[in-house]
Design a protein around this ligand. Structure first.
Ligand code: GLY
Length: 398
C-alpha cells in the first residue's frame, strides 16, 4: 500500500512537472518551455563548474556521482556549446554566451579533424548555431573548413561519405547517423560554398535511401560498402540489439536526416521518405504510452528494459520540422506526438531536479547498450535536441 501511495504521488508529481496541473489541466506549452529554459540555465551553470576548462561534458553517473568529460575529438564535442547557445538564444543570459564562447575556442581546432564522419555533429551544432545566433562572421571560416575536412571522407566509387575507418569488422562502414552530418555540407553550399558540397550530400542521402532501409522503412545501423565499386558487403549493427533490429536513435537520425534534406533541396522524394520513416515510428507497437522509446524498437525484454530519452528528443525535434512541411491530419499527428514527447521529457520522470544529474537537464538516455556504454544516463545530445525541440515548438507552434 505504501509502495502504491508512493507510486501515485510520484506520477502526480511527474505529471505536474511535465505540464499536467493537479486539477488535470495541461500546462500551456509556453509556460512549460519557459520553466525548462530557466532550469536549463541553472543546470548548465553547474555543468560548467563540473567540467574541466579544456574538455566537454559527456555524461554523469548518478550512483557514483561522477561526471565524465571528453576531449574535443569525441563525436559529441559540439553539443555542449550548442546547448549553451540554445539556452542563450532563449534567455539572453550573457554568462551562458560567455561559457559557450570559451568552449567554442577549445573546439575550433577540430575543424581540421578527418578521423571519422562526425564533423557535422561536432562543428555545425556548435559553430553553426554560434553563427546563426550571434551573426558574427568570425565563425564562418571554421564552418567552411569543417565541411572541407568532412568531404575528405567522400568515396566517389560508392558515392558515400565513409563513417568510420576500415577495421576487422567493417571494410567501408557507413552508419545511419551520417545523414546528420550532411546538414553542414548543404548549409555551406547554400552560403557561398562550392556546389560539390551539395552534390556529395545528395549522393550520400540517395545511396543511404537505397541501401540502408528495410521494406517497413526501418533502418539498419551499419552498411558496409566496397568503396571502389559501391557494392554492399553486409548490413548490420554496432549499437542496436541485433543486425535486423531498429535501433531507436538510428530511426531518429533517419527521420531528422530526410526532413533536413527536404528543407535544403525541396525534393519531394525526401519528404515522402521522412513520412514513411515517421509512420514506422508512430505505428510501432513497442512505442510506450509516454512516447519515449525503448533503446531499440526490437529490444529484448520490452517493457523491462532501458528507455532512450535522446531518441525521443531527436524524434520530437524532427517531427516538429516535419509538421512545417505537412498539413491537416498529418501535421497534427507529428506535432501532437512531438508535444507528448516534450511533455514526457519535461516531467520529473526525465527532467533532473535543480542541482542534480551533474548539471545535465535530462536523465535516462542510452548510448550503446550492447557495448555496455552509457546506459541509463544523461547524455549531451539528449539535452541538445530537447532544447532544440523546445525552441522549435516556441518559434513555430505557440
Ligand atoms: N552517433 C552516435 C550515436 O548516435 O550514438
Amino acid at each position: 500500500m505504501k509502495k502504491l501511495l508512493f507510486t501515485v504521488c510520484f506520477l502526480v508529481a511527474a505529471g505536474i512537472a511535465g505540464g499536467q496541473k493537479a486539477n488535470g489541466e495541461k500546462e500551456p506549452m509556453g509556460s512549460l518551455i519557459d520553466k525548462q529554459f530557466k532550469l536549463a540555465q541553472k543546470q548548465y551553470q553547474l555543468l560548467a563548474k563540473n567540467t574541466p576548462a579544456n574538455r566537454m561534458p559527456k555524461t554523469y553517473y548518478p550512483n557514483s556521482k561522477k561526471l565524465e568529460s571528453s576531449d574535443t575529438q569525441w563525436w559529441c564535442s559540439g553539443f555542449y556549446p550548442g546547448s549553451l547557445l540554445y539556452i542563450y538564444e532563449y534567455t539572453k543570459d550573457p554568462e551562458t554566451l560567455a561559457e559557450a564562447q570559451k568552449r567554442l575556442a577549445i573546439l575550433e581546432k577540430e575543424k581540421h579533424y578527418t578521423g571519422n564522419h562526425d564533423l557535422g555533429f561536432m562543428m555545425f551544432c556548435s559553430f553553426g548555431n554560434a553563427y546563426r545566433i550571434t551573426k558574427n562572421e568570425v565563425y564562418k571560416p571554421t564552418i567552411d573548413t569543417a565541411a572541407a575536412s568532412l568531404i575528405t571522407r567522400y568515396r566517389p566509387g560508392a558515392k558515400v561519405i565513409q563513417s568510420w575507418n576500415s577495421s576487422k569488422k567493417w571494410r567501408g562502414p557507413v552508419i545511419i547517423d551520417n545523414l546528420m552530418n550532411l546538414e553542414l555540407l548543404l548549409w555551406v553550399a547554400a552560403h557561398g560554398g562550392d556546389e560539390k558540397y551539395r552534390k556529395i550530400a545528395i549522393e550520400h542521402a540517395d545511396a543511404t535511401m537505397k541501401n540502408h532501409f528495410r521494406k517497413d522503412y526501418s533502418s539498419y545501423h551499419v552498411v558496409d560498402y566496397d568503396m571502389n565499386t559501391g557494392k554492399v558487403i553486409k548490413k548490420g549493427t554496432s549499437q542496436g540489439a541485433a543486425d535486423s533490429s531498429a535501433w531507436s536513435r538510428g530511426q531518429g537520425w533517419a527521420l531528422y536526416g530526410y526532413t533536413m534534406m527536404y528543407r535544403f533541396t525541396k525534393n519531394k522524394q525526401y519528404l515522402e521518405f521522412a513520412k514513411n520513416i515517421a509512420r514506422f515510428i508512430l505505428n510501432n507497437p513497442t512505442m510506450p504510452h509516454d512516447q519515449v522509446p525503448y533503446w531499440d524498437f526490437n529490444a529484448p525484454g520490452i517493457p523491462n528494459t532501458y528507455k532512450d530519452a535522446s531518441a525521443a528528443a531527436v524524434i520530437a525535434s524532427a517531427f516538429l520540422e516535419l509538421g512545417q512541411y505537412t498539413k491537416g491530419k498529418e501535421k497534427t499527428a507529428y506535432v501532437s506526438h512531438a508535444e507528448q514527447m516534450i511533455r514526457s521529457l519535461s516531467s520529473a520522470a526525465y527532467t533532473a531536479r535543480e542541482g542534480d544529474n551533474g548539471g545535465f537537464l535530462l536523465m535516462h538516455s542510452t548510448g550503446a547498450l550492447p557495448l555496455k556504454s552509457e546506459v541509463d544516463v544523461p547524455l549531451s545530445y539528449a539535452d541538445y535536441y530537447y532544447l532544440e525541440a523546445l525552441l522549435r515548438y516556441k518559434n513555430w507552434y505557440l
